[in-house]
Design a protein around this ligand. Structure first.
Ligand SMILES: Cc1cc2nc3c(=O)[nH]c(=O)nc-3n(C[C@H](O)[C@H](O)[C@H](O)COP(=O)(O)O)c2cc1C
Length: 410
């Protein structure tokens, strides 16, 4: 599907991309190659945690199939070069309409992964979203990714949201650019591969898991360099010396459920910067968020990790764009595996597309160099896809004729 980019395209690539791109491309020409390599370096339980969906992964399969089903009819003759892809999102200019989605526990997949992804995003000038349940603190990410730093929050509701509002204070002090409130985890669901690999509600390595770690020396080295996976941003609330399991227990007692619209309005009032609600699939919810002064709608089904039956995001996107596209910035994730997928999302009206799992595959396959290589791949593929469909700008992607069999009418 993705040929080696020709030299002319490479010469036109924006400055700052990895000089080793051609070499890495010959080993990992698409995200699928990174996914195939990652289990060789990552203990099985950790790979399963990062890669699994809910149930039997049918939701992930639906997300991927929905992108694959979208066919674009190009027009030719208008352009001779690939278009620029830099984009303004919430008042900041980024190098590409591509971002890293928030994740809890990336450093379980690869110790130190949160900061590796943040650094790569800063180098490439694309948005990086720290998950509040991630393995780096807000303050540490601010040091390495000051220009591209977005933060995601879950609902810490105890003591009238004391922790949630403290996180907003910390985010403001750290210079976070954009805040996202996740609303699509109303209940706890199960992921069978994760459970089968030995990961329960707390982190208690079984003898098999310890064996899996010992036989993965690159991962062990990352563990030695970066320490045991922790919920770094949440940990101080659980106690300065709280262990990982104490922090997990604390989070379970203090966090959960979805933000009600009244709560979204309260967070809106406290956070002075631009804000997104993440996990929206219904145009009426998008309209509700926008009516509360929320600038961004993050269309997501959590990458197929909640339940399998949720609609693919790309299939609800056109209706959401029709409802709020003129009033809000629309970010989409769940199923992005290539720059072509990003192009499909832009053609159907998204302002940017973000990816989660594929960045974990990248860091698992290539360690430090992984996230940067995946960004380069996505950028290179997006540029060639836009060029191929005759778009002279990101906006012109929307002019393409598109067959979208899965589009859901509301
Ligand atoms: C390991 C993992 C952990 C995640 N944790 C969170 C989280 O803490 N908060 C959140 O809003 N989304 C979380 N997500 C969902 C991502 O933000 C994103 O919506 C999803 O990964 C996008 O789909 P994709 O993986 O197909 O790219 C997580 C995803 C993964 C893979």
């Amino acid at each position: 599907m993705h040929d080696m980019p020709d030299k002319k395209v490479l010469v036109q690539m924006p400055a700052g991309l990895n000089p080793n791109f051609v070499k890495l491309h010959s080993r990992f020409p698409t995200s699928a190659y990174l996914r195939a390599r990652a289990p060789h370096n990552v203990p099985r339980f950790a790979f399963e945690y990062g890669d699994t969906g809910a149930g039997a992964d049918v939701g992930i399969a639906h997300n991927w199939a929905a992108f694959d089903a979208i066919k674009v009819v190009p027009r030719y003759g208008a352009i001779t070069t690939v278009p620029p892809i830099d984009v303004e999102l919430f008042g900041t200019r980024y190098a590409a309409p591509i971002g890293i989605a928030p994740m809890g526990g990336p450093s379980l997949v690869w110790p130190g992964a949160d900061l590796l992804m943040a650094k790569a995003a800063q180098r490439a000038r694309i948005p990086y979203t720290l998950g509040v349940a991630g393995g780096a603190t807000i303050e540490d990410v601010a040091k390495v990714a000051p220009d591209v730093f977005w933060l995601q929050l879950y609902r810490f509701y105890q003591n009238d949201h004391a922790i949630g509002f403290d996180l907003i204070k910390r985010a403001t002090a750290a210079g976070v650019k954009v805040l996202a409130l996740t609303i699509d985890v109303p209940v706890r669901t199960t992921r069978s591969r994760e459970s089968y690999a030995g990961l329960g509600r707390e982190f208690r390595p079984t003898p098999r898991m310890i064996y899996e770690m010992i036989i993965r020396p690159k991962w062990l080295l990352a563990l030695l360099r970066n320490g045991y996976p922790r919920f770094a941003t949440i940990r101080p609330y659980a106690g300065a010396r709280a262990s990982t399991n104490e922090t997990i227990r604390f989070a379970r007692e203090n966090m959960g459920g979805v933000f009600s619209w009244e709560e979204v309005a309260r967070y809106r009032e406290r956070w002075k910067g631009p804000m997104l609600v993440k996990g929206i699939l219904h145009p009426a919810d998008a309209e509700k968020a926008v009516s509360l002064g929320i600038e961004g709608v993050w269309v997501s089904n959590h990458g197929g990790r909640q339940i399998e039956a949720l609609a693919p995001t790309i299939d609800v996107l056109p209706a959401i764009v029709a409802a709020v596209g003129k009033k809000a910035t629309i970010v989409l994730d769940s199923g992005i595996r290539s720059g072509q997928d990003v192009m499909r999302a832009l053609a159907l009206g998204a302002n940017a597309a973000f990816a989660g799992k594929s960045f974990l595959w990248a860091v698992g396959a290539l360690g430090d160099a992984g996230p940067g290589h995946l960004i380069d791949l996505y950028i290179d593929e997006l540029r060639s896809s836009l060029g191929q469909i005759g778009a002279r700008s990101l906006a012109e992607a929307r002019l393409a004729t598109i067959r979208h069999p899965g589009a859901i009418a509301f």
